[in-house]
Structure formats: C-alpha cells, structure tokens
Design a protein around this ligand. Structure first.
Ligand code: IVH
Length: 690
C-alpha cells in the first residue's frame, strides 16, 4: 500500500491518488470483466495519466497494487486461468493527436539508442491499432492448443472453446510451423456486422450493443461457445509471445510475413516508415481514411522494425520502449443529457431529440441527437440529467450509445412521452405494434403541414427553389398557405411583405413556383408525401399506372401488383387517395396549372416502343432532348448515343450532322419531330390521358 503517512506527501495528493486508484479499478472491472465501460477511453486515459503524474511527483505514492504498475485488465472468475510465459504487455499510449507525437517518439528512440544526429533514419513498422480484444493463440506442433485473453498481463483467461468458433483463426498452421508458437493479435468485429447485429437486436426489441469493440470482447468472453459462434468475429495477428524450435525473423515486417505464411490473417494495411516524417505521414493518411475502413481502429502503432534493436531498447515497468500507440481523436465522448424534446415529422411521427451539453466528438460539436423513439430511450435506460456517451464516427450522424449509470444524479428523471402534440395540441397516439408515436392532427397540425410543404417543394419533388424552412414557417404561421395548392395562389405583395424578403427575392420565389408547375408524374407522386412512398416507389407507381387518374383509382390489390410494392405500401397509397381532402388538394393543384406528361400504363405499354432504339440528333422545333428522351423511355424504347445498324429510328432536327449522314448511309429510318410525334401517338394505348 502507499505510505500515506509519508510526511512529504500532501494529504490532498494522497487522497486524490487513492480516489483515482479506486476509480480506475472500478473502470478496469467494467471494461475488462463486464465489457460494459461507462467512460470513454479518453476519460480513462486522463484519469490514468493524472495518477501517473501524482506518482511521479510523489514516488512514495506508487503502491505495488497501483493500476499504473499493472498491465491492466483483470480476469473474470468463470474462466480457467492461463499463465502467460511471456507477459502480454500493453504499449505506451500517445494521446497527443497531432502528428508531432510521431517526431517525439522517434526522437526518444534515437536518444535511447544513442544515435548521433547524422545517423540514418530508424526504420519502423507502422500498423493500425485495431480496436478489439487482445488474444494469445498458443500453437503446439502447429495445432491450436490454448487461446487466452490478456487478463492482467501475467495471467489471462482460457477462452479456447470460444476462439475455435472464429473461422479466420486456423486450427492448424500452414507450412512448417515451429514446435511452439504463441501468436498474438486482436479479435474484432466489422462495422457492417456490428450494424447488422444491432439491427437484429432492435427488431427483436433486445438490448443494443454499444460498439463493435465491446461486442467482440463480450462474444469472446461468453460462457457459451455457441453464442460466440453466432457472432461474426475476425482476427488480425500482430506479434508473437513464446516461440520454440524457431529462429524468428530479424524484423517485425518479416515476422508479419512469416505469420501470413502460417495461414494467419495479418492486416495488409501496414507500412515500413523511415524516420519521423514517414511515421507522421502514415498517421495523417490513416486518419483521413479511418471512417472508410471496414473495422474500427483507435489509432496507429509504431514499432521499431529491427528485433535486435527492440531487445536493446527493452522495457519499462509496463511498456516496451520500442513501440508506441498513437491515438486518433476520440469518436466517443461523455456529455450531459440536458433535456429530451420531441419533434413532429411530415407524417406526424414524433421523434424524441436529445439536447446535449455541447461536446466535441468525431471532429464536430454535437448538441442535438435524435433518439429515434420511446423504446430506444428505454432500451438505453436514458434519464434526463444523465451523463451519456456520444459517438460520431466518420460522417455518420451522431448517436447516444450508452449512459454512465454510475454518474446518474439524484435529480435525474425518466422521459415521458407527451400525450399532446407540442405543435397543435392534438392527441399523440401510438398504435399497437408500432414503435413510433404520432400526432393525430394530420394537416391540421402546422408542424406536419410545414414538413409536408417542405417535402413538396424539395429538390427531388417539385423543386421550388427558395421555399425553405424560414419561408414555410412564415407562410403557414401567417395563414397564407394551408395546402400545397395555396402556394400557387401567392402574389408578389404578400410575399414581399414577409420578413427578410423584399421585392426581388419575392419575385424569384414566384418565378420558381411558376416553373415548378411543369413537372413529371413520378415527381408529382413523390411530392404528395404519401407514407412509405419514396422516390423509387413513386417512379414505380407512375410507370406502372401511366396516369394519375389510374393510380388514384387503383385498389389495394391493383397497387400490390406494382414492382416492389407490398401490402403496407399498397394500403398507405389506397388510404391516401381515399381521403377526400387529399383529392381536393390534387384537384386544386391541377386547377392551379401543375401538369406533366402522362403515358399509358407501362405494363401494357411495355411493347409500345419496346424493342425500338432511337438516336436523337440536332435541335427539334419544340421538344427538348430530354423531353424526347422521356417520351421514348416512358413508352419502353431505348435511346442510344450513336447510329449503328441496330438503330431503328434517327430523330433529326436542325443542324443535325454526322449522325444524320450515317443514318442515311446505313438506310436507317429518319424522322423529324412531327413524324416522331405521330409514331409515338399512333402507338399510344387508347386509354391514355393526355
Ligand atoms: S503490439 C508489446 N500492435 O492495443 C506490444 N498492439 O496496448 C504489444 N493493439 O490492447 C502490442 N493493434 O491488443 C500491437 N497492431 C497492433 C495493435 C495492438 C491493437 C492493441 C493491443 C493492446 C493495445 C496496446
């Protein structure tokens, strides 16, 4: 124990050290034994460094049982102990996330090796720092004998039965393996497998996993190997422990190649680096593409490549001097959950949103995070006032992944779903079997009206430039617009009188509105904002029915015949068009001049221009190139870029050049716009609308 009676150590320092040791021990237990950490790595490192600093300042505080003297990590009681004949050490972690830390490491190595300033660059192996669980695999006579976790570095846990379920770990080594070879590396889970697993958990209403690392660690440290077998785990070898009957290669790079030769997976993403500049370049380069890697890493590792130099450098208490882990900025950070508000979406969906104390994570400051729905909040056991772990990896939207239950203040309270819509006061209902609660106000609810309008005006819908949140808020709140059709009745003075508008912007908005009158059927159907009908479904519906009238009159059975439309979508579409209010809005839109070109139903029209290939050339009198193309494609024809003997028709306008000449030479039929229109019309199905 620490000699707390040491007269030279201030009482406050020894109290703080004791407190830090207790906290670190608790976090170690949560991390290593329960696989349920409650603080981020960055927070843990901060505690650890603080304790180290205190012990350096007051050496008498350095107790033998201090976490700084251990390799880290304990053992769970349920697994048989495995003594590591060569201790499984961890490495010094450099938390300075600037490339400068690479230069510092190189300088330290050169100092320790007493290299003169003009000595050539030290060669390093630069590797990824996989964020998984360290594992030792002991092969005897080439066969996997024992697999163990690191444990406290001296003694780990026997997880052989579980590790045998990891397909990438060979039961037998290839080639001519040594008598004994202990391979060390990391078990991990890919991001995609993790996401799929959590999706399954979500669907089953089960507990969500926090991150791939903990999930992989938890899967390896399962008492039931069958469960490990169900989790998709992978492995990368990065070093060795004990070896007998083998002269290991002279360098880390050759060692990794030898491990590959034995049939072990070694990450190809590694590089020899000459000196500090190349280490720093590797760091920056990997950091830039970190989010694109299929698995998670929390930094890179630099190792002196020459194993003889490694031996010369040797070890400090718990760390080798020849390696360092250079961390990236954290993708997970703790912060306070200040409140949970709800937002109302276009379809009335009520989404709880976490308001957070601003936290810098994954390269941006995060203050709001959607919590999806009530069940999600319950599954995460979130209370308002909690300290939560926020995660933002790459450009993925930030998430709340865990709560630090240990830090829950007494005033923390549960989230209660409001019973009334915060926007319109209508009742909020959650239907049996649905996860989402909804405002029942429909288009009475201004929030839903606003969202519906924004959707209608969106770039992929009717594309009304300038009709954004601010304007829609004013139009709806001021009672100028109730439905999308009202947009087409707006007049210049009304718009110009709005805040931050002026004549000029008002005129621009009006021009955009006017332009939007001419659209396409798929865009119009998408713009209606029918539940479950995204862009692709809108296109399928438009193509299948050919006209809005046919779509509006289709019953559920007819709708379900459409490619990719199931019963849920069919019911939603039928319900939408059965609603008189919606039919009124559509009629009003058409009356306001919104129009598009319709065709015949695609099913019957499949053959209309089907099998015919067109080439367009020159300028047509009234049709644009895109317009002509749309007519052809709507009718099942194909448009090719160049004339060949497979071309059926060339549609030629003014200034047609080489294509026309070629068509003439090949004897391909040539149409002008009038001829082309006749061809399309004559083939048009009799029931089509125009
Ligand atoms: S070498 C004595 N190489 O990071 C050196 N470790 O403290 C032993 N890790 O939990 C470690 N990727 O499991 C090494 N390419 C890599 C690594 C790596 C991840 C883990 C290791 C340990 C921690 C290092």
């Amino acid at each position: 124990m620490a000699t707390t009676a040491d007269a030279k150590v201030p009482a406050a320092a020894s109290r703080r050290a004791a407190q830090l040791r207790a906290e670190i021990a608790q976090h170690d237990r949560r991390y290593y034994e329960l696989d349920a950490p409650t603080i981020s790595d960055a927070e843990y490192d901060a505690l650890f460094r603080e304790l180290q600093a205190l012990e350096v300042a007051h050496p008498s505080l350095r107790a033998a049982d201090s976490p700084t003297q251990r390799v880290g990590g304990g053992r769970a009681a349920e697994f048989a102990p495995v003594a590591h004949r060569v201790p499984m050490l961890s490495i010094r972690t450099e938390t300075d996330t600037t490339a400068g830390a690479a230069a510092e490491f190189d300088a330290r190595i050169r100092r320790e090796l007493e290299l003169p300033a003009d000595a050539p660059a030290v060669v390093y192996m630069a590797e990824l720092k996989f964020d998984g669980l360290a594992i030792s695999l002991r092969y005897e006579g080439g066969a996997l004998g024992v697999a163990a976790t690191r444990g406290d570095g001296e003694t780990g846990e026997d997880v052989t039965a579980n590790v045998r379920r990891i397909p990438e770990i060979p039961a037998k080594l290839a080639g001519r393996p040594p008598r004994v070879l202990e391979v060390r590396g990391e078990v991990y889970m890919t991001r995609a497998d993790f996401a799929a697993l959590n999706e399954r958990q979500r669907a089953a209403g089960a507990r969500l996993f926090v991150n791939p690392r903990n999930t992989a660690a938890g899967a390896v440290r399962q008492l039931d190997p069958a469960i490990t077998g169900e989790r998709p785990l992978h492995f990368f070898a990065y070093g060795i422990g004990e070896a007998e009957g083998w002269e290991p290669p002279a360098t880390q790079s050759a060692l990794l190649r030898a491990l590959e030769g034995f049939g072990l997976p070694v990450c190809a993403d590694r590089r020899l680096a000459h000196g500090a500049a190349e280490l720093a370049a590797f760091y920056e380069q990997v950091r830039a593409r970190r989010a694109l890697l299929p698995f998670e890493i929390d930094g890179v590792v630099y190792k002196v490549d020459d194993l003889a130099l490694q031996r010369q450098l040797g070890f400090r208490t718990r760390e080798p001097r020849w390696a360092v882990a250079h961390k990236f900025p954290p993708e997970e950070m703790p912060t306070e959950l200040l409140a949970i508000d709800v937002q109302v979406g276009r379809t009335g969906a009520i989404t709880p949103v976490a308001r957070l104390a601003p936290v810098f994570v994954g390269g941006t400051t995060v203050t709001n995070v959607t919590l999806h729905n009530e069940d999600e909040i319950r599954r995460r056991d979130l209370h308002i006032g909690d300290t939560v772990i926020v995660r933002r990896a790459g450009d993925v939207i930030p998430q709340v992944v865990a709560v630090v239950v240990a830090k829950r203040p007494p005033h923390a309270r549960r989230f209660v779903m409001p019973t009334q819509c915060p926007e319109c006061g209508s009742a909020i209902a959650r239907l049996p079997g649905e996860v989402v609660a909804r405002c029942t106000g429909g288009l009475v609810c201004p929030a839903q009206r606003k969202q519906a309008l924004l959707h209608f005006a969106g770039r992929r819908a009717l594309d009304i430039e300038g009709l954004g949140d601010k304007l829609v808020d004013q139009l709806v709140d001021g009672g100028l617009v109730h439905t999308a059709a009202d947009v087409y009745r707006l007049e210049l003075p009304q718009l110009a009188a709005l805040e931050r508008m002026g004549e000029r912007s008002a005129a621009n908005v009006l021009a955009a509105i006017a332009k939007s009158r001419r659209t396409t059927l798929p865009r119009f159907v998408f713009a209606l904002g029918i539940r479950h009908v995204g862009e692709a479904t809108a296109k399928d519906l438009a193509q299948h029915f050919g006209s809005l009238a046919a779509l509006m009159d289709a019953d559920e059975a007819a709708l379900a015949e459409v490619h990719d439309v199931g019963p849920v979508v069919a019911a939603a579409v039928a319900r939408f068009f059965a609603e008189p209010h919606n039919r009124e809005v559509i009629a009003a839109l058409r009356a306001a001049g919104v129009h598009w070109t319709e065709g015949a139903p695609a099913r019957r029209a499949g053959g209309r221009l089907a099998g015919l290939t067109f080439v367009l050339t020159g300028t047509l009198p009234t049709l644009t190139r895109d317009g002509a193309r749309a007519l052809i494609e709507e009718a099942g024809g194909k448009v090719a870029g160049s004339v060949s003997k497979n071309t059926d028709y060339v549609v030629a306008g003014a200034d047609a050049g080489g294509k026309l000449a070629k068509a003439e030479a090949l004897g391909v039929a040539i149409l002008d716009e009038a001829g082309f229109r006749r061809l399309v019309d004559q083939r048009r199905a009799p029931d089509a609308e125009t």
